[in-house]
Design a protein around this ligand. Sequence first.
Ligand code: AQP
Length: 331
Amino acid sequence: MLDNKKVSYSGVQPSGNLTIGNYLGAIKNFSAYSDEYKCFYCVVDSHAITVRQVPAELRRRTYETLALYIACGLDPDKNTLYVQSHVPAHTELAWILNCFTMFGELSRMTQFKDKSERHADNVNAGLFTYPVLMASDILLYQTDVVPVGVDQKQHVELCRNIAARFNQLYPDTFTMPEPIISKDSMKIASLQEPTKKMSKSDENVNAVVYILDDKDTIIRKFKRAVTDSETCVRYAPEKHGINNLMTIYSCYTGKTFEEIEREFDGKGYGDFKLAVGEACADALAPVQQKFNELIADKAYLETLMKKGAEEAAYYARKTLSKVKRKLGFVQ
Ligand code: AQP
């Protein structure tokens, strides 16, 4: 709680062009909290450097991610939108929490295992301690809820363990956060390897639909989506490709799987893929229009970054000084 309001906190890495996985799994759900909660949504650039980034691209994507937050419906007057590296308290708390996190816990994180396989030439300590920085992001703001995609649930659970361990030694320091995985935020899978999650850093651009892809590109990517040798649109546990397309269609249209099966009864995969592509492109069109207006005004985005960082730093400093006091640091 902050200022007598519950707190919602989440973030997205500017580590690639944002995908419909980031949108459906996370960003789309952020605005649900804007009216009743105190909301902090961060562009987590310090997390992004756990994987090598091209500096000019990281800079560009940091602006773009902020613009996309707003284009996706986050009102900057109701939500604190800011860039992680502008608030040094995040990394300061991360060091402290590193001393309350066990090596074994971090070794069990599936994202670490996945990313260290994908980036075998750069298994750095930051990649390993990534969840501790994420715990600091969350705990600094006395967060109650963390709306994330299901792939981040394990990290929020680790954050809860760290908070519980710290609170046991130093009572009443951190609020215990809850992950919020909404019904819609199922894992959106790659269009080319549907057993894997859709990721913005995937090298195969046909596997990923970006929020800023144009309509023709979106439709082409869905047409090429890997499915199976059957033709009828129906959910079955082993049909990963078609299940993924049904999930995406359901997110955009609000239809249940039964309704989708009825709608495409007697039609083939071709008709279904086209419908998914059109639903997705139509839903993204207003987001893209708003994004184009915002990204043209860099000065406005910089003003927002500054205001957001000041607001966030105010609350972050309070928690950090409480933590330091409890630990026995001379202040
Ligand atoms: N495929 C997905 N389905 C549902 N939710 C997803 N999220 C990401 N991909 C999917 C959710 O988006 C939020 C922001 O993610 P992130 O930027 O912090 O990092 P990530 O989870 O590692 O996302 P990516 O796209 O896979 O990035 P890279 O390729 O850089 O690692 C989170 O809430 C996440 O759950």
